[in-house]
Design a protein around this ligand. Structure first.
Ligand SMILES: C[S@@+](CC[C@H](N)C(=O)[O-])C[C@H]1O[C@@H](n2cnc3c(N)ncnc32)[C@H](O)[C@@H]1O
Ligand code: SF4
Ligand code: SF4
Length: 402
């Protein structure tokens, strides 16, 4: 059996234990998706374990920090109605290869808000009925909107596994300043109603609130945490604005103070997470947590993205007009597009100049995958047997997930 030298093993352990759940990205791919990892190292082009659908490229808000608006002024076309949603569901369900299949469908957007397309709420049940885990990212403004059946959108969301409401502030005034609309109270009311309904109907929906820290809202880290807790959220997740992380440096002291206050609100059922550390921010290398330069992209093996035009893209950060897609899922199967020459050639060449904003979680998966690719499959198996199957990896605290 293959073994590995101490230096490499220590490097692996540093990667494996970099963060606690739910930000243990390296451990998640190595532990939960090891077959995808091995199939990728084999060069087999397995199906992704997660696919993002962007139901629309239009939005009902204008967040100042939105990376989508930095990328383009030209949105891609909207083509997803109920018929298309059904076709996408079929395409996703029929794509399996060597027993690997798509496990999770995430509704999200680059320039768009999923609930701005009325088909999204029906799509949740459609994918759940096809045995997929369903995640919805939304700004939350239209959770109280009604369908033609006179039900609020939030009632449909109860069927999902997780909702992430991108709130980004703790007061009505800052909401308006950041997003251009007076919508804070409306979203908090929907959060409250949804969490009560979730509890009354014993659903498994996990409710997360997210907050992109920037110059205008950093003093509301504590207030946002408090209001989220009081209105039934399970978790609050803070991230730095990855379009301009350098702007965080002069305010990092205040951010750290707010962080301490926010963490003090944690209970058994309510957790607060900071996705990046002060060190991530202070690293000045080209290949830091906020830049894809100098790294090979492996994420395209684990994720894919269907744009609002029903076309396949490499990932959810590249669905804008200036990027060429791999073709339409209305006319082709997902497997055909996934294994097409144009996609296989393109992914060899990533990141490229269209990868302007790549998320820090992607960088971390890339670092783990680069390490495993360098040591090779036999040694990766050895590490998996030693640290995962025999479960002697250093203990990491698991937060309660409803
Ligand atoms: C682009 S939005 C699309 C979905 C939906 N409109 C929403 O806001 O949740 C997807 C996620 O990206 C996050 N996001 C947008 N701009 C960002 C930035 N500059 N830095 C970090 N995250 C950002 C949003 O907060 C949201 O959670
Ligand atoms: S709600 Fe989402 S898509 Fe719309 S502007 Fe804000 S971050 Fe961008
Ligand atoms: S490097 Fe590019 S293709 Fe890869 S995940 Fe990042 S943005 Fe997407």
């Amino acid at each position: 059996m293959s073994t590995i030298n101490l230096e490499s093993e220590n490097k692996f352990l540093t990667l494996l234990t970099k963060s606690a759940p739910p930000f243990d990205y390296e451990k998640q791919i190595f532990n939960d998706h090891f077959e995808n990892v091995m199939s990728t190292l084999n060069g087999d082009n397995p199906p992704p374990y997660e696919i993002e659908i962007q139901p629309t490229s239009n939005c009902n808000l204008r967040c100042k920090h939105c990376f989508g608006t930095f990328l383009t002024s030209n949105r891609i076309e909207d083509k997803i109605g109920m018929e298309e949603m059904k076709i996408l569901s079929k395409r996703i369900s029929e794509f399996d290869k060597d027993k690997l299949k798509i496990e999770t469908v995430k509704f999200c957007g680059t320039t768009g808000e999923p609930l701005a397309n009325p088909s999204t709420v029906y799509g949740i049940k459609l994918f759940k009925d096809n045995d997929k885990k369903v995640i919805l990212y939304t700004n939350g403004l239209w959770l109280d909107k009604k369908t033609k059946e006179n039900k609020e959108y939030l009632e449909y969301v109860l069927d999902a596994d997780k909702i992430n409401i991108s709130l980004d502030c703790g007061t009505r005034e800052t909401f308006k300043l950041l997003k251009g609309v007076d919508g804070f109270d409306r979203i908090i009311n929907s959060l409250n109603k949804m969490s009560i309904l979730r509890n009354e109907t014993n659903r498994n929906l996990r409710i997360d609130i997210s907050f992109v820290i920037g110059e205008e809202n950093y003093l509301e880290i504590y207030t946002a945490t408090k209001v989220s807790k009081e209105n039934g959220a399970d978790n609050v997740v803070f991230r730095f604005d990855f379009t301009s992380p350098e702007k965080m440096k002069p305010i990092i002291k205040e951010i750290e103070m707010q962080k301490t206050q926010a963490l003090s609100l944690q209970t058994q059922n309510f957790k607060v997470f900071f996705a990046y550390t002060k060190d991530d921010l202070e690293s000045n290398t080209d290949s830091n947590a906020f830049s894809s330069r100098g790294k090979k992209c492996f994420n395209h093996n684990f994720w894919g993205c269907i744009g609002s035009n029903c076309e396949l893209y490499v990932c959810g950060h590249r669905t804008y007009k200036e990027v060429k897609s791999f073709g339409s899922l209305i006319d082709n199967s997902l497997k055909e597009l996934w294994l097409s020459k144009s996609r296989l050639e393109k992914v060899e060449d990533l990141p490229d100049n269209k990868c302007q904003f790549c998320s820090p979680s992607c960088h971390r998966r890339d670092c783990m995958m680069s390490f495993l690719s360098d040591i090779g499959k036999d040694k990766a198996h050895y590490l998996h047997n030693k640290y995962i199957e025999r479960k002697i990896a250093p203990q990491i605290v698991v937060p309660p997930i409803r």
